[in-house]
Design a protein around this ligand. Structure first.
Ligand SMILES: C[S@@+](CC[C@H](N)C(=O)[O-])C[C@H]1O[C@@H](n2cnc3c(N)ncnc32)[C@H](O)[C@@H]1O
Length: 186
């Protein structure tokens, strides 16, 4: 069961896992709602965990759209690799999202259209969050979207240092209720 696996990983690494249970399907729906799947050439997901958002990305994406997942936790990475081993144009990387620029260079990808993030910015070390947001800004195309969820709006001002154009919605059907922040790259 996904939530037992999730809770076990949370107990081992509370700061990086950052939540007691996976996000709800309602939150997942909202996270992908603003993606233009017909036009997207490359989508990246940070921190897929057990794959609640990944599921939506895979079921909506065109088969030739590249999807790249960065999952730091080795157990989640292995589960995702087994679950999605037959998906076209999917790459799963067992490393921190901090290093996205290095990996994109390796794959000859210049820009990304959308980055969907499940990262717990509230509990990650500041230096890690800084590096991730700086690199995110560098790799997103102009007008590209960084879509993240947070349980409070405490980090909104901080994210605004990187993305000045942020709109948000609240999703109540999630434990706890969450905010989805849509950040446009200027
Ligand atoms: C709050 S969970 C979200 C999981 C899933 N997206 C969901 O909403 O159910 C955070 C996830 O981010 C991963 N993570 C934490 N720091 C990371 C980093 N620097 N790079 C990539 N993944 C990271 C954790 O291992 C975990 O899977």
């Amino acid at each position: 069961m996904a939530w037992i696996k999730f809770l076990t990983e949370y107990v081992k690494s509370p700061r990086t896992v950052g939540a007691l249970a996976p996000s709800s399907p309602s939150l997942a729906e909202k996270m992908v709602n603003d993606i233009d799947f017909r036009r997207a050439k490359c989508i990246v997901e940070y921190g897929p965990g057990t794959g609640v958002f990944t599921e939506k990305l895979i079921s909506n994406k065109r088969s030739d759209t590249l999807l790249i997942l960065f999952e730091y936790n080795e157990r989640f990475y292995k589960q995702l690799s087994e679950k999605y081993n037959d998906v076209d144009n999917l790459t799963i990387i067992n490393d921190s999202a901090e290093y996205i620029e290095k990996y994109l260079k390796q794959y000859n990808i210049e820009k990304v259209d959308y980055i969907v993030s499940g990262l717990p910015f509230a509990s990650l070390p500041k230096s890690v969050s800084n590096k991730i947001l700086e690199s995110t800004q560098n790799v997103l195309r102009k007008g590209g979207l960084f879509i993240t969820f947070q349980y409070t709006l405490l980090k909104k001002d901080y994210i605004e240092n990187y993305f000045s154009d942020i709109s948000y919605n609240r999703v109540f059907i999630n434990l706890p209720p969450a905010y989805v922040l849509k950040c446009e790259n200027g």
